[in-house]
Structure formats: C-alpha cells, structure tokens
Design a protein around this ligand. Structure first.
Ligand code: 8YV
Length: 351
C-alpha cells in the first residue's frame, strides 16, 4: 500500500471518545449530525475511504461500493447485518464485521421488558391513567396474562434467544420451548432450561412468543396470517429481531380482531416509519429499536466496531484478524483468486 494514512469514515454520531481512537491510525472523518443517506450520498462517502464504521441505517450493496476502489473494511455497529450485501462485499474483497456478544444480555432484557409490558398491559394502563380514566376503575380493569408459570416460546435460539430462555426458565419458572434451524446440544438446552419443538408446536403452545431470528429471505414474513392463526388467541407476540420477519398488516388485523391478545415490537419493516394500522391499536407496545440501548452496551458495541475496523485495516493488537469478522474466509478466498461467493465465480476481485 502507498505510504499514506488510510482514511476512515464514520456514518453517524456515536460515542466520540471511543470513535476518536481510530485517529491513532487513520485519517478520520466523523459525522456531526444524525444523517439519512440515499444510495447516492452513501456511495459518495464511500468513494474515497479505506474503511467505514456504519450503523444498520446504512444499506450497503454492490451499487454503493461500485466506485470505492480503496474500500477494504466495513464495521457494522450491530449484530444483525441484513443492511449489508455480504456477497457483494466479499466479491469486492471488503472485510465486513459486526458486534455480537456485547449486546446479548441487554437485548434479552429488552425482550423480556416488552413481553411483560405487553402481557400485563403496562403502557396501555399508563395511557389510561394519564387520560384521567382511573375514576372508571373496576375489578376487571386491565386484566392481562400471567408470565410466571406460563409457556414461553422462542423462535431463533442464538445467543439472545438463549438469554431470554434463561430469564424465563430460571427467573419466572416458565416452561420454555424453542424452534431453531438446528437443535442446541443437550447440555445447552439443560443450562438454558429450554426444550426443542417443531415450529407449529411452538406457535400452538406458546403463551408468549419471542422472535429472535436473523432476517433473510427464508425468515421474511415467517409470522404471517397463517402462523398467527396457529397461535392461541390469548398469546403475546414479541419481535426484537427485524421488522420484516412479521407481516405487520396480518398482525394488526389479528390484534384488532381478538385473534391475538397483545404484541410488543421493537423493530419495524419500514423503520423509522410505523404503520398507522399498528399505531391505532391499544394492545401493542411499540419501541424505536432500542434493544441494545443501554449506556454500557452501546459504548461496548462502538468499541468492538472500532477494534474490528482497526484490525481489518491492519493496525492495532489484532492486526489482520478483526475480533468479529463476518466474511473473512470469503474475502481470503477472493484474494487468493478464483473463489466463488454466493454461488458465483469471482475471477476479477479488485483487491
Ligand atoms: C442496532 C440491532 O445495532 O445489533 C443489532 O442487530 O438491531 C441493534 O443493536 C442498534 O440499534 C444500532 O444500530
């Protein structure tokens, strides 16, 4: 590489004191204001940098990197990376990374908070109180569903799913069922207190169903009208993964027509826009994608992303080996030539 300091761009204001560590090794451009990028403005920002630190709001695919010949690394501040076209990045030899582990427990906490708020009608109760309706109180005001002793269903049993299972089984004495692409080892099932079932059994038996699976073509609208029809009408549905996993119109319809008791959503298909059909419902708790939003965890995510980017650009103690790279093997294969990425032959990697 030419004898110059690599250039790094940071897409959003994060934690300045953490991000500024990048200045030790790189020419750093930080963004002062929260910014919504178009594909065009994103492409312009990426055109002349070696690395970028981005959030899930920045969607990066082939078009955004087409004129970015220097770009070698993208560090996503988030564990989910459906905002990145990994095949396109790999084909271009760009090392992508994410921030797993550091947010597991905080996100599991939020999943449980939403479950409890929805099942026990907490935000609905508060709105009612603030509206001055307490004078209408009756013995049957705001009756909800119990959490302790009920059946917790978890769809997607990665690290966050396991955190939710532990909370349910060990904290609330719940029977915990889960469904996942692959069954956990017996020892892990015993530790988290969860039992593997098929998806239909999960839908049919859960009193509270939490969605924690990655979003991709296979999980798009996995919770649709058919799936909702298989659930108990008394059940609660919680989504802390990605909005596209749920058919939101089908969910709104089920909630409006008594086919599902309550829901809690932290993620939405059209973020930051929330469908009016959801906003109109009383039996839904809505939060603006705050799953990982504790002080400590958001700082830890940025620190991990900074470490990833530093290492991916060949600097710092982990030089060349980012702690949580997503596509290291694919990028290595592309660099040694003739690799296939996503089933396509890659013969002309540009770096
Ligand atoms: C976001 C998340 O990263 O990590 C994820 O996948 O969804 C969140 O933690 C966070 O909202 C910042 O973009």
């Amino acid at each position: 590489m030419a004898d110059r300091r690599p250039k790094v761009w940071v897409s959003q204001p994060l934690f300045d004191d953490v991000v500024e560590q990048l200045g030790q090794h790189f020419d750093l451009t930080m963004t002062g204001d929260v910014t919504r990028y178009t594909p065009q403005t994103l492409a312009e920002q990426l055109a002349h940098v070696d690395g970028a630190l981005i959030t899930l709001n920045e969607r990066i695919g082939a078009a955004e990197i087409a004129n970015a010949p220097q770009l070698r690394a993208i560090a996503n501040v988030g564990v989910g990376y459906n905002n990145l076209d990994i095949d396109a990045l790999s084909a271009a030899g760009i090392l992508a990374s994410n921030t797993p582990d550091v947010l597991t427990e905080t996100t599991a906490d939020l999943g449980f908070a939403l479950l409890m708020a929805a099942a026990r009608r907490i935000t609905e109760s508060e709105r009612w109180l603030r509206d001055g309706q307490w004078g209408q109180w009756s013995f049957q005001t705001m009756l909800g569903a119990d959490i302790h002793g009920s059946t917790l269903g978890i769809l997607g049993m990665g690290r966050i799913g396991q955190g939710i299972a532990r909370r349910g089984a060990h904290g609330f004495g719940m029977r915990v069922l889960y469904h996942n692409r692959s069954q956990l080892p017996e020892v892990t099932e015993a530790e988290v207190g969860a039992q593997y079932v098929d998806q239909d059994t999960l839908l049919a038996q859960a009193d509270h169903l939490v969605l924690v699976l990655p979003y991709n073509a296979a999980s798009h609208h996995i919770i649709d009208a058919d799936a909702l029809a298989k659930m108990k009408p008394t059940a609660t549905l919680i989504n802390i993964a990605r909005g596209g996993i749920v058919d939101e119109l089908a969910l709104a319809d089920a909630l409006a027509n008594g086919r599902l008791a309550a829901a809690g959503l932290d993620v939405f298909e059209g973020e930051p826009t929330v469908r009016p059909e959801l906003l109109a419902l009383r039996n839904i708790v809505l939060t603006p994608h705050i799953g990982s939003a504790s002080q400590a965890t958001r700082r830890a995510m940025v620190q991990l992303a900074v470490d990833n980017l530093t290492a991916a650009l060949g600097q710092g103690p982990d030089a060349g080996h980012p702690p949580s790279a997503i596509n290291a093997d694919a990028v290595a294969a592309v660099k040694t030539g003739g690799a296939t990425v996503g089933g396509k032959k890659i013969g002309d990697a540009k770096r």
